[in-house]
Design a protein around this ligand. Structure first.
Ligand code: COA
Length: 151
């Protein structure tokens, strides 16, 4: 899993306890996961269907830097399942993992549509236009795709 996204915990991200507000973190995870799903499926019309149990095992304080990692664990017919992990770069502790996040690929009518993907695409693979009626493929560069895993 690559930890591409980093966030700096600011005052507006804190709960009354003075630690990172879970809602802010979940918003970052959902957005990051959606961007990942869009990149992998080549379609901007992708929605969150399910997030599995979330267990906050440690937290972060103002000024801490956290990093988010996302990877695809399963490609279905119309869905993609992702796993997410968030770590605190300062304390080096894991903050949480989300074992299962399901995103569904939609057509222009908002109905689930087959995406035709079966495996993770990495940065050296070209972004392909999807045949989903008038839905335009996102104008993303190959830099937006996942990088090759470290060997
Ligand atoms: C996403 C939505 C169109 C799916 O509708 P649906 O009737 O469940 O569609 P389907 O039954 O055809 O299932 C679509 C896919 O989701 C999967 N899925 C459905 N319910 C699931 C669940 N509870 N857990 C895991 N996967 C699920 C199905 O297995 C299928 O995947 P597959 O084709 O790869 O096998 C519909 O539920 C919806 O619009 N939900 C709201 C989405 C939303 O607003 N999200 C928040 C904002 S992004």
């Amino acid at each position: 899993m690559n930890f591409h996204t980093r966030k700096w915990v600011k005052p507006e991200d804190l709960n009354p306890n003075g630690t990172l507000f879970g809602g802010s973190l979940l918003c970052w995870i959902d957005e990051e996961a959606a961007i990942y799903a869009i990149s992998q499926l080549g379609n901007q019309r992708v929605v969150t269907k399910l997030m599995s149990e979330i267990n906050f095992v440690s937290s972060a304080h103002q000024g801490d830097i956290i990093e988010l990692g996302i990877t695809a664990t399963q490609f279905g017919r119309t869905s993609i399942t992702l796993r997410a992990e968030v770590r605190n770069k300062i304390t080096r502790k894991s903050i949480l993992t989300v074992e299962k996040m399901v995103f569904v690929n939609l057509d222009q009518k908002g109905e689930p549509a087959p995406h035709g993907r079966t495996q993770i695409r990495y940065a050296d693979e070209l972004f392909e236009r999807r045949d989903l009626g008038d839905v335009e493929a996102p104008k993303l560069s190959v830099d937006d795709l996942a990088e090759e895993p470290a060997h």
